[in-house]
Ligand binder design. Sequence first.
Ligand code: 5GP
Length: 188
Amino acid sequence: MTDHNHGKLIVITGPSGVGKGTLVRSLLEKHPELHLSTSATTRPPRPGEVDGKDYFFVSRHRFQQMVERGELIEWAEFAGNYYGTPRQAVTEAIAAGESVLLEIELEGARQISRTFPEAVRVFIRPPSMAELERRLRSRGQDSEEAIARRLNRAKIEMEATAEFNFTLVNDDLDRALDKLEALLFVPV
Ligand code: 5GP
């Protein structure tokens, strides 16, 4: 971050259902200069999700190949599927001076803290676990089994908040967005 010609790498992590996606979309609307990395995943698309935009939806075989060829800067298994960040788009954007956002889970964020220690890592917390469960159910997108797995994983993720540079509670979207902007766009 001492090199001002390079963009920042910003990692947003938080339990599934915490509203990271909405927060990140709102942040991008206000700051179109930020580049959101599109991940690869073996998870099947949800209704309305577009290949190449929401994710690159790939087979397990292709994912394995990406891992072996070093094409991912981090990857993890989450709730029975694999997710990873393609290297090339991220390194090119950063070298071109653009800041890049990664919306990824805990294991991936840990890998980034080792390989890109200068990354800014932000953890988004729900107001409570009960509220998180309510949000996961109200999306109506996942089976009971998937919700249970996501809640279990959420408990583990919440114990790791101290590993992050910043933590913020997503109680209200506008308030959370203000807080996120305040910590990302600190004057230097
Ligand atoms: P979902 O299936 O709800 O889209 O995502 C499940 C979890 O995977 C979320 O916590 C999301 O942040 C995380 N995720 C999405 N893309 C990546 C990625 O490229 N790497 C890692 N480590 N996690 C990801």
